[in-house]
Unconditional design. Structure first.
Length: 396
């Protein structure tokens, strides 16, 4: 299931710094005498009960309509309020009540739904845990706590601790207003001690995110046995308009809508870079390993990626896959057949994208895309997530 390290392709690079062959060879030589750090970054897609938010979204709309009608009728009958006052009161009530009622129904229904609708969440968590023996540091996105349930985060953290991942960093377990449903879903697991960590909720949230989830970033400072430090930061940026259109069953190819730029993500990138700079990722400590990774929801050479890579390059970090990118979402085999169909939206099937990246201050000695595939081809969940994982080995 794991691809071999990618062969280097010769292409021109604009605004992106790449490592020299001499640096790569030097990294291989250091491996003989120094400790190795094996890192995995994966968007695990545990966003909500049901399929890709569709099931709870449907419940939300039903509950919203019901509560709206009840509040309007109550205010009109008992208080004889006008339509404007009724609407304002109804919206305020719905803001706080609807998502909670909807998810109060969705969460227990998760255990009553067919497994394919529930998306085999616990089974996929166990599949991820099976792969963790190959890594020292695991960076997870979209391990989202929905409403007041942190079941999957707690389960992964507990089970991972049994196989050597004694240290972890997470954001707040509960969403912060104005979001009322999901937290940032960011988790870092480590075999090395985490001596400090910090979390950021972005001020700029996409209008289709701000009510539901806290997009943000997570930073951790790890300490190796010899006292040296690893600065590690991750994020899960907002999706672009393309994802929203697909969820609404709109074919972008037939509409005059600009979807190549992710303006929300671009603003979050600026916040993210400031956040990691403030936490020392851009420090002059040459002995420290510095890694930035995650689901950036942007494609190579798009404006958002160029902004991201340029800002990180200025801080001494380089995309370890530069010009060697492979699809990390909706990947297909040599015949164009999707590897994963359970979680991938139908509009994305057969349209592989590179959305996930790893930037570092030193060359990786080994890197690649790991599908984290199920070992039983008969199972309906073909891999851990609709995303593939990115792995990288570093010398420290």
């Amino acid at each position: 299931s794991r691809s071999e390290p990618i062969n280097k392709r010769k292409r021109n690079v604009i605004l992106v710094r790449s490592f020299t062959q001499a640096q790569m060879i030097d990294g291989e030589n250091q491996l003989k005498n120094q400790q190795q750090v094996r890192l995995l970054s994966i968007n695990i897609c545990l966003s909500a009960p049901g399929g890709n938010l569709r099931y709870p979204a449907q419940l939300f709309l039903v509950v919203f309509s019901f509560v709206n009608i009840v509040v309007h009728a109550y205010c009109y009958y008992f208080y004889h309020l006008g339509i404007i006052a009724n609407t304002i009161i109804a919206l305020i009530v719905c803001f706080f009540v609807c998502p909670q009622l909807g998810l109060a129904t969705a969460i227990p229904m998760t255990y009553l739904l067919p497994k394919y609708q529930e998306q085999y969440k616990k089974e996929r968590c166990n599949l991820l845990l099976d792969y963790l023996k190959d890594y020292d540091v695991v960076v997870i996105q979209e391990c989202t706590n929905i409403w007041y349930s942190a079941f999957y985060e707690d389960y992964i953290v507990k089970e991972a601790s049994k196989i050597g991942f004694k240290y972890r960093a997470t954001g707040p377990k509960r969403p912060r207003l104005p979001a009322t449903i999901g937290n940032s879903g960011l988790v870092i697991l480590s075999r090395f001690p985490i001596i400090s960590h910090a979390h950021l909720i972005y001020k700029h949230q996409a209008w289709f995110d701000w009510y539901f989830v806290n997009r943000g970033a997570l930073y951790a400072r790890l300490k190796f046995d010899d006292g040296r430090i690893m600065h590690l930061a991750q994020t899960h940026l907002a999706s672009g308009n393309e994802v929203l259109l697909q969820s609404l069953h709109v074919d972008n190819n037939t509409h005059n809508v600009i979807t190549s730029d992710n303006s929300h993500g671009s603003k979050q990138i600026v916040e993210f870079v400031k956040f990691i700079r403030d936490n020392g990722v851009f420090s002059d400590d040459g002995s420290a390993l510095k890694v930035v990774c995650g689901d950036f929801n942007c494609k190579p050479h798009k404006p958002e990626y160029e902004i991201l890579s340029q800002l990180l390059n200025e801080g001494g970090l380089t995309d370890i896959f530069v010009e060697e990118w492979e699809p990390t979402f909706a990947a297909v085999d040599g015949n164009g057949v999707p590897y994963e169909t359970l979680m991938t939206h139908w509009a994305d099937l057969g349209k592989p994208k590179t959305l996930d990246y790893i930037f570092s201050s030193v060359p990786s000695t080994k890197r690649g895309v790991d599908r984290l595939a199920s070992k039983d081809p008969s199972l309906l969940y073909q891999q851990v997530s609709d995303h593939s994982g990115l792995y990288a080995h570093f010398v420290v």
